[in-house]
Design a protein around this ligand. Structure first.
Ligand SMILES: [Zn+2]
Length: 420
């Protein structure tokens, strides 16, 4: 499958959206020259056809192959990327959160949100550290406060339903509306500075009970490095399910059963673009052992099962586990254990395991912030790999994984995707 140029993709999108469209209509909707369109049409041979070949500029329509191809492209590429940086106001340090939208390197919008780090720590405790004792009201109240800090809105859009360009909320929501109409999605990229890394931003709601990460048009990613994308996988996709040795035989058996479920679940997943092939490696004991197993299997995806805690992963420290996993040059990592995406301090050493792996260069790392219930992690894995097999997009797979986790404590909001 060859890559299409941006003009060809825009043209294909327009042809599919219009059903059957004339050249002037297409030219207006994609805003390009006739030469560029002619060139793009050559690329699109087989994907669009002429409705009436006798006309000099005949109307165009998409073929079945064209529609299918567009669905694959839509699954992999966002319509737009909106980056939000979360930083402190220097002279007031942690008393206010500075929220800024960056587009193509320019700051489009910047606002200060008065919210103390003390309050945000309390929110984190309620949502992540003690989910068992949380009522639905407490949860939605806290999540709404996080949403208000992440997407502050102005007086104008509180009063009107019109698109608003004056605040972060209006800016993001206008793009969500466009994505909804076009049947596509946008990437909401979070660049978070300490001490705000400890806040579970993925828990944010935009209205009461209206979870940001559950919107199908939004992909929420935390950007660690300077890369502009997230990985896609094609061909034979090897998955190594690496299971950490635990302290009890019962736990070892449970983890081995979870690993076997991933292998049997992915066994039939194949289409013309890719096939998944998962293998299990149980009982790794230290970082060198884990690194050896990854080096031998040479997978595209490493899926880690085990027991996570504040110190790290089973008997491995966060730093050692991160180095062992990142050295192997894998495309994506899925951390099923508890606390894989939890930060325990405000410096780099306290950064989460998932953050550390992404910081060492792995393109996409998924983990749970706080406690991860095995049943929910299993549901996430099933939906994640089904979508990965379909489109090859790790980002799309994370969106599907979140949606696939119906949970009383909204654990989908605890899933964090870090991108290098
Ligand atoms: Zn506004």
């Amino acid at each position: 499958m060859t890559d299409l140029s941006a003009t060809a993709v825009r043209l294909l999108r327009a042809v599919v959206a219009e059903g059957q469209a004339d050249w002037p209509v297409l030219q207006r909707s994609i805003g390009t020259s006739r030469e560029a369109m002619t060139q793009a049409l050559v690329e699109l041979r087989g994907l669009v056809e002429m409705a009436d070949p006798v006309e000099p500029w005949p109307p165009l329509r998409a073929t079945e192959a064209g529609r299918l191809r567009l669905r694959q492209i839509e699954g992999r590429e966002p319509l737009a990327v909106v980056a939000i940086t979360l930083d402190s106001v220097p002279d007031r340090d942690t008393d206010a959160l500075r929220v800024a939208i960056v587009s193509d390197g320019d700051v489009v919008l910047a606002m200060d949100v008065p919210v103390t780090s003390y309050r945000l720590s309390a929110i984190r405790e309620v949502l992540v550290d003690a989910p068992g004792s949380v009522t639905a009201d407490m949860l939605s109240g806290a999540a709404h406060r996080i949403g208000a800090a992440l997407l502050p809105r102005c007086a104008k859009c509180r009063l009107s339903t019109q698109d608003c360009a004056q605040c972060v909320w209006g800016h993001v929501m206008s793009r969500v509306r466009v994505a909804k109409q076009a049947g596509g999605w946008i990437r909401l990229e979070l660049r978070v500075a300490p001490p705000w890394t400890r806040v579970p931003w993925e828990m944010a709601t935009v209205g009461f009970g209206d979870w940001l990460v559950q919107q199908p048009e939004l992909s929420v990613v935390r950007r660690v490095g300077s890369s502009a994308c997230t990985p896609t996988v094609d061909g034979e996709v090897g998955i190594l399910v690496a299971v950490a040795a635990s302290d009890s035989q019962a736990e070892d058996q449970r983890l081995a059963a979870d690993a076997a479920k991933i292998v049997s679940g992915t066994a039939g997943m194949a289409n013309s673009s890719r096939s998944l092939r998962a293998v299990v490696s149980t009982g790794f004991t230290d970082a060198a052992d884990l690194a050896d197993r990854i080096a031998t299997a040479r997978p595209m995806v490493v899926h880690v099962l085990g027991h996570g805690n504040a110190e790290g992963l089973s008997h491995l420290s966060r730093a050692d586990a991160a180095t062992a996993i990142a050295q192997a040059g894998v495309s994506a990592v899925v951390l099923a254990p508890c606390f894989g995406a939890s930060a325990f301090g405000t410096d780099q050493a306290g950064a989460s395991l998932a953050w550390q792996i992404a910081n060492l260069g792995v393109s996409a790392v998924v983990g749970f912030d706080g406690l991860a219930e095995a049943a929910h992690a299993a549901k996430f894995a099933a939906a994640f790999y089904a979508e990965l097999a379909e489109t090859g997009s790790v980002e799309g797979a994370v969106r599907a994984g979140r949606t696939g986790m119906a949970s009383a404590y909204n654990q989908f909001g605890q899933v964090v995707l870090f991108a290098a």
